[in-house]
Design a protein around this ligand. Sequence first.
Ligand SMILES: Nc1ncnc2c1ncn2[C@@H]1O[C@H](COP(=O)(O)OP(=O)(O)OP(=O)(O)O)[C@@H](O)[C@H]1O
Length: 301
Amino acid sequence: MLIAMTNPAVQLTGLTKAFGAVTAVGGVDLTIRRGEVVALLGPNGAGKSTTIDMILGLLRPDSGTVLLDGQPPARAVARGAVGALLQTGGLLPDLTAAETVRLAAGLQRKARPVGEVLREAGVEPFAGQKVGGLSGGQQQRVRFAMALVADPELLVLDEPTTGLDVESRRAFWTTMREQTAGGRTVLFATHYLDEADAYADRIVLLRSGKLIADGTAAQIKAAVTGRVIRATVPGADLAALAALPGVDRVETRGDVVLLHCNDSDAALRGLLTTTAAYDVEVTSRNLEDAFIALTAAGSAQ
Ligand SMILES: Nc1ncnc2c1ncn2[C@@H]1O[C@H](COP(=O)(O)OP(=O)(O)OP(=O)(O)O)[C@@H](O)[C@H]1O
């Protein structure tokens, strides 16, 4: 009997890497399905680049495994299944943008027509200029074209818009999004929450080498941005308040109670109908604050 199996695009199991006393990546398990656009989000030093370098086979894990479509990274890279845009390097200043992409194409077993890739990556307007004289944003586009030229199934982008202005960032992501519309799998590292929110189907949050949250942007928001109801409740019965629908946790400050909620509407209905609560306020942490709280070094979450 033939069993049709679809391997995940990326499968990380117990991935671990230390540099001396620093555990850069500490036991990461992650499965990315084909066609997903996943953001690896985390503050500086969270382990994003180290994870990406291991995914690309540029760095050997101390323990754990990486499988790309069921294969070790070296095999997947050799057959042109993986395109990467790394933070720095990879560009020779005296070559033109077009020559650079042509060179990258020449290194592939099977490459797409270079002219087509230059157009798609937005390199065409400056294709004849030397790379050394291009702006940061233009150089990123050249790197992007190099990553696309093998027509990879998996695109890995390490902080692709770092150092770009807002306009160039937006233009870059528009191009990237067109590339993913065709079902390509994309993993990109970023420390910009707004980028992860806007461009990823799924956000994986890393802090100190550990995966601390994984879900759609909506799920992450719900998990980190719970609402708080603040009210004055004379003689409050804390156990009864904690038992209200939608309430996770109760705190008191004298007559003032703080209800930490997963469903503040339900909690509010319960509070107003079963107690003499007054001066009621509902507040929510915004996503940026919640992200900072969640990723702050040493914070217990
Ligand atoms: N080659 C190395 N030698 C020593 N320590 C390293 C090396 N590479 C990374 N580290 C350390 O490992 C940790 C994770 O670094 P990594 O670059 O993976 O984080 P990151 O999330 O990509 O950060 P950034 O957003 O700043 O690029 C950091 O503490 C870093 O100092």
